[in-house]
Design a protein around this ligand. Structure first.
Ligand code: C2O
Ligand code: CU
Ligand code: CU
Length: 518
């Protein structure tokens, strides 16, 4: 068996250096009682008193160079690019006060960035070094259901899982994280998440920043809170959307800054928070080019001053800097329809060097997308998200919610029936937004998406395609990506089958899941 080590062993995973806890972690105390009528006629009174909010703009001290996740080592074995990931418990030094118990892949917190080319076969050898079950889901990846890493493919403590598939989708910023039924939030929040970058010939031919860690940076944004002993704080309070933190981490660094050495930088933004919505912008209001969304490039750059991301969504932006300047990436108050009670806060400071290497202008044309014509759709379905239900039901591992025929497109109408935020994510595929309340989507939503923020009381029509992979036994998931909602059962599952094939959901696989041990 030919085995070539292409990349030297991975450098240590990013650990945020110790920092002084920045002055005044001020939780904004806003008393805004919201009354929401949820499924089953239950009235929830959600008080936002004490809701965790990061300190106001200008108060974060950017004292730590942002960690850049190393790219994952890989080797090529018989034409298959093989990566290795091991999930394990460790601790990280985020704040004064004490070490934070964390989980990570190949390091104490988060995981390395996997990079593969379209057309390559890849295999990821995942070892579960935790003392509990986990799974690894490749969010945004088009792949066979058995390799998808959902709740039907748990990895027992000490066990290994070796999914293999062929990368066949446009260049994009995908990510990976655990997906055990009922336990996703807990494991993601403890640190299990990483990026998976797909490259292709078309994107590689464009004059875009593409040098990882030099002018092309992963920006994994999470909000966390810390207890006095340094551990992550925040159980589930009586909040509708789950846990919000008062401290922003970028790539696992608190109070982060990024040294910029080129005129333009590409930021691959991932909202890896479990509940918080962001509206990414710059402190001085400058515009930037939005070049890609979840599943790849937009047709042309969308000049923007802000880009909203709900949990699980990605955006690639290119921003220009002047020599010597400092500017903060911030989150600006999101649309109140999306998230009542949020404020503006700092995320990351960009520090441009006194002289910058020239970067080419962002090309005016990036790619050509197929038209999102719904004429050929094989089925229409509708999904109403309300409370913690989708279509009045909660996730059941033993129930298939519907069956799709492989190599067909469907039109899905998705509606958030609550005045509070939900999102909608579909496994296996990248979809297109056909319309929102009957109107064309804004340019920023015109490209490939796998997750979409749902504003209250609006209908989103999506064109969803299911190519290549049929499996009558293992389902794919669709769910709200607010992780607490997902864990509460705001999820369903579908099978993709050959025409005429009988679904035969395998319900055995989930049984070595140890989630009841806790
Ligand atoms: Cu990012 Cu089903 O998940
Ligand atoms: Cu996913
Ligand atoms: Cu939700």
């Amino acid at each position: 068996m030919a085995s070539t080590l292409l990349v030297p062993p991975a450098p240590p995973a990013p650990v945020a250096p110790r920092r002084r806890r920045r002055g005044g972690v001020i939780a904004a105390l806003i008393a805004v009682p919201l009354v929401a009528l949820l499924a089953g006629g239950t009235v929830w009174v959600i008080t936002q008193t004490g809701r965790a909010t990061p300190p106001a703009l200008g108060s974060v001290r950017f004292v730590n160079p942002v960690g850049i996740p190393p790219f994952a080592l890989s080797r090529v074995e018989d034409g298959v690019r093989v990566f290795e990931l091991e999930a394990a418990a460790s601790e990280s030094a985020f704040v004064d006060g004490g070490a934070t118990p964390t989980l990570g892949y190949n390091g104490p917190y988060l995981g390395p960035t996997l990079i593969a080319e379209r057309g390559e076969r890849v295999r990821v050898d995942v070892t579960n070094g935790l003392d509990e079950s986990t799974s690894v889901h490749w969010h945004g990846m088009h792949l066979p259901a058995a390799a998808d890493g959902g709740p039907h493919t748990p990895i027992a403590p000490g066990a290994r899982w070796e999914p293999e598939w062929r990368i066949d989708q446009p260049a994009s910023t995908l990510w990976y994280h655990p997906h055990l039924h009922g336990r996703t939030r807990e494991q993601v929040d403890a640190g299990l998440a990483g990026l998976f970058i797909v490259r292709d010939v078309e994107e590689s031919a464009l004059a875009l920043p593409r040098d990882y860690g030099v002018d092309d940076f992963p920006i994994i944004v999470q909000d966390r809170s810390f207890a006095a002993d340094g551990s992550f704080a925040g159980g589930i309070g009586m909040q509708f959307d789950g846990v919000l933190g008062d401290t922003i981490l970028v790539n696992g660094t608190v109070g982060p800054y990024l040294d910029v050495t080129t005129e333009r930088v590409r930021l691959r933004l991932l909202n890896a928070s479990s509940a918080r919505m962001y509206d990414f912008a710059f402190g001085d209001g400058r515009s930037f080019d939005l070049i890609a969304t979840d599943g790849g490039l937009l047709e042309s750059p969308v000049q923007s001053t802000a880009v909203p991301l709900s949990p699980g969504e990605r955006a690639e932006i290119v921003v220009e800097l002047e020599p010597g300047e400092r500017v903060a990436l911030i989150s600006d108050a999101p649309d109140p329809a999306l998230h009542a009670g949020s404020a503006s806060f700092d995320v990351l400071e960009l520090r441009a060097a006194a002289s910058l290497t020239p970067s080419p202008e962002v090309p005016a044309h990036l790619t050509t997308l197929p038209s999102s014509d719904v004429g050929s759709a094989a089925a229409e379905r509708s999904f109403v998200l309300s409370g913690h239900d989708i279509n009045d039901r909660q996730m059941e591992l033993s129930r298939v919610d519907f069956v799709v025929t492989v190599d067909t497109s469907e039109v899905w109408t998705v509606r958030n029936d609550n005045p509070l935020p939900h999102s909608f994510h579909v496994h296996d595929t990248q979809f297109r937004v056909v319309s929102i309340d009957g109107a064309e989507p804004p340019p920023r939503l015109a490209g490939w998406k796998d997750t979409i923020a749902l504003e209250g009381s609006r209908s989103y029509r999506l064109l969803v395609r299911f190519d290549d992979y049929a499996d009558p036994t293992t389902p794919y998931m669709y769910h709200c990506h607010l992780l607490w909602h997902e864990d509460q059962g705001m999820m369903g599952q579908f099978l993709v089958v050959e025409p005429g094939q009988q679904p035969a959901l395998n319900t055995d696989e989930g049984e070595n899941d140890d989630r009841h041990d806790h």
